[in-house]
Write a protein that binds this ligand. Structure first.
Ligand SMILES: *[C@@H]1O[C@H](CO)[C@@H](O)[C@H](O)[C@H]1NC(C)=O
Ligand SMILES: *[C@@H]1O[C@H](CO)[C@@H](O)[C@H](O)[C@H]1NC(C)=O
Ligand SMILES: *[C@@H]1O[C@H](CO)[C@@H](O)[C@H](O)[C@H]1NC(C)=O
Ligand SMILES: *[C@@H]1O[C@H](CO)[C@@H](O)[C@H](O)[C@H]1NC(C)=O
Ligand SMILES: *[C@@H]1O[C@H](CO)[C@@H](O)[C@H](O)[C@H]1NC(C)=O
Length: 585
């Protein structure tokens, strides 16, 4: 039924019907396909397309569908007027957010120990405020979602969650890695445990972790961080029983990535297997429906249209939605735009570094359990991947790793922090590769900004590009540099941590809020661009700030204090000069 899609957009009218090759984003004829979604989104009743698909049904889906058919019959051969659609939506949908109860994590307490490691008084008070924010980001899903899933786009999960904040009213996959690490510092082990149990539950249900806790995300994933979440939790608790139960589920997720997201690539006569983002959905994303439709305007060939939507979905799976990184001609030099997105034709460095880390971590989990055959199996997979990364992605001349384009059979040499992701994962065979990567970073032009390392150097208007800096990318870069043996790399790691903390702090002082991203210029300016307004909250920002404050608490200062300490030397010398003058008199 979903295979025949009728487009009403004028310029795609030529494509009266296009056969989608893949299933729709989900099976719901209200939230993921069908005339209600199409007409309501196109009427732009709400500022953000996500708003409508987050609404709860007041009646069973077949009643709502029948009512809509009846309404359509009142307007044969014409679109339903906005006011009538608005009336229909009010009658049959509730506003978003009703599926949650606010929930205060019971394991939250006042004085987690890491606060004591923060020397700077202002930063310590601020860290306490960030620690307080967990209470406002806690959500529990109502039992009615479990009893009547057909009325909700929300996916039921058994344990309460910490949400990112703002429009992101549900759990998100890769965000939660930094949230969980923050929670563990805040000594909220039970909350972290519950979040991980939710992800394990989702793998048991879907075979992988969906992008987030909504049915319209259920056919795409996000960067696979679950194994690392379990590793963080195990390091904090040494809970072997938990680990034993989690391992087979983590292996299911790993198989999903290897079966559904890997591709063989031949370089210099040798064949290697590497991974990519690849979503088998070729329809507009329900939560960004009109954006995806508008982007397709003017495309006259059905295959290009389906390919565009498939690569937009794949871009969303990468977590970098969107970025000139995924353009066929990365960086947008050839005047390419989001329309030239080809995510699925690019082998990303960070995904492969992350999967190498998954393999090493799964090997270590099996070693803990005394299962040496399985340990060897994952160690071998990691060794194969390392060889692939070094053959396909490493560039000795430039001294870094670069995404590989499967169509042009060449690397994309633009700067992205992900070009150093193997340093973060520590997956490189020769120590000098790490040091070469530091030299690459210094030459890249990406260190010249006062407020963080930008996502790229291309000002494309997309949110995963210049001038935006994102917390997870700062953290991966800093943590990678801090693990290199050279003092130079460690010093650079601290310097970047100081810049990032100062940025977060200045914005906090100004807005009393934490943001999902920041501008690399402007001393505490939130980021912008992309499909929606910058969001407050914010899960991973808080997690990254707490981790940096923990790692560097002894030496970090808030921006305001460094201004003060910058004044101190001249003040002291002025006093000394005064005293010397007095002594002379
Ligand atoms: C739609 O119209 C039919 C026929 O008039 C009616 O039986 C049905 O109740 C209507 N559905 C709704 C939901 O109003
Ligand atoms: C709607 O269009 C169809 C086919 O184009 C036509 O047969 C029908 O008479 C139209 N109905 C109205 C009410 O205009
Ligand atoms: C993954 O691939 C397998 C085998 O090719 C297929 O049966 C399955 O439907 C795919 N799963 C998803 C979620 O795409
Ligand atoms: C750049 O644009 C030209 C002209 O449209 C085209 O022929 C060429 O293939 C493009 N290059 C890439 C890498 O997309
Ligand atoms: C990009 O497009 C602009 C305006 O159309 C043009 O002036 C410029 O030369 C183009 N640049 C490239 C690299 O094609």
């Amino acid at each position: 039924m979903y295979k025949l899609i009728v487009f009403c957009f004028s310029s795609v009218a030529a494509l009266a019907s296009v056969k989608a090759a893949f299933p729709p984003p989900c099976d719901s004829e209200i939230y993921c396909t069908g005339p209600i979604l199409q007409q309501v989104q196109k009427a732009k009743l709400f500022d953000d397309d996500k708003y409508f698909v987050d609404m709860k049904l007041r009646e069973a889906p077949d009643v709502v569908l029948s009512a809509f058919r009846n309404l359509s019959h009142e307007f044969p051969n014409t679109t339903i007027p906005s006011a009538k659609l608005q009336e229909f939506v009010s009658a049959y949908f509730e506003e978003p957010g009703t599926e949650f109860e606010s929930w205060t994590p019971p394991d939250w307490h006042d004085e987690p120990k890491f606060l004591g490691k923060i020397a700077d008084q202002e930063l310590r008070d601020w860290a306490k405020n960030i620690h307080d924010l967990w209470k406002s980001l806690g959500r529990k899903i109502r039992a009615s979602v479990k009893d009547h899933p057909e009325l909700y786009s929300q996916i039921y999960t058994p344990h309460p969650v910490i949400v990112p904040g703002g429009r992101f009213r549900e759990l998100y996959y890769w965000d939660s890695y930094w949230v969980i690490n923050g929670l563990l510092l805040s000594e909220m082990t039970d909350t972290a445990h519950g979040m991980i149990q939710n992800f394990l539950y989702l793998v048991n249900r879907y075979g992988f972790v969906p992008n987030g806790g909504r049915i319209y995300y259920e056919r795409r994933s996000q960067p696979p961080f679950l194994t690392l979440m379990v590793e963080s939790y195990y390091q904090a608790t040494k809970d072997k029983e938990f680990l034993r139960a989690a391992i087979p589920v983590l292996e299911t997720e790993y198989s999903f990535w290897m079966q559904n997201h890997s591709v063989a690539v031949k370089v210099n006569g040798a064949e290697h297997v590497l991974n990519r983002y690849y979503v088998r959905v070729d329809l507009p994303r329900p939560e960004s429906y009109t954006d995806d439709l508008e982007l397709a305007e003017g495309l006259t060939d059905g295959n290009s249209l389906l390919q565009l939507w498939m690569d937009l979905n794949s871009g969303a799976e990468s977590g970098w939605d969107f970025s000139s990184r995924w353009y066929m001609d990365s960086g947008g030099h050839n005047n390419s735009t989001l329309r030239e997105i080809r995510t699925s034709q690019i082998l990303p460095t960070d995904l492969n570094a992350l999967l190498w880390l998954n393999e090493k971590t799964l090997a270590s989990f099996h070693r803990i359990m005394g299962e040496y055959m399985s340990t060897a199996r994952y160690d071998q997979a990691a060794a194969r991947r390392l060889a692939a990364i070094e053959s396909v992605l490493w560039d000795a001349e430039r001294g870094a790793w670069f995404d590989y384009n499967l169509v042009t059979h060449s690397k994309h040499f633009e700067f992205y922090p992900s070009n150093l992701s193997p340093v973060w994962a520590q997956c490189f065979s020769l120590p000098e590769m790490g040091e070469k990567a530091v030299e690459y970073l210094k030459r890249s032009g990406a260190l010249q900004f006062p407020n963080g390392v930008p996502t790229s150097l291309s000002d494309s208007g997309q949110q995963w590009d210049y001038p935006n800096a994102w917390p997870p990318l700062q953290h991966m870069l800093i943590s990678g540099l801090s693990k290199l043996p050279s003092e130079d790399a460690k010093k650079l790691a601290f310097d970047l941590a100081q810049r990032w903390i100062k940025t977060n702090w200045l914005a906090y002082v100004k807005y009393e809020a934490m943001f999902e991203k920041y501008d690399v210029n402007g001393d505490g300016k939130p980021g912008g661009g992309g499909e929606y307004e910058v969001q407050l909250g914010f899960g991973w920002t808080n997690g990254v700030a707490l981790q940096l404050l923990d790692q560097y608490g002894a030496t970090l200062t808030s921006g305001s204090q460094s201004v003060f300490s910058g004044l101190l030397p001249p003040l002291i010398s002025a006093i000394l000069t005064l005293q010397l003058t007095r002594n002379k008199i």
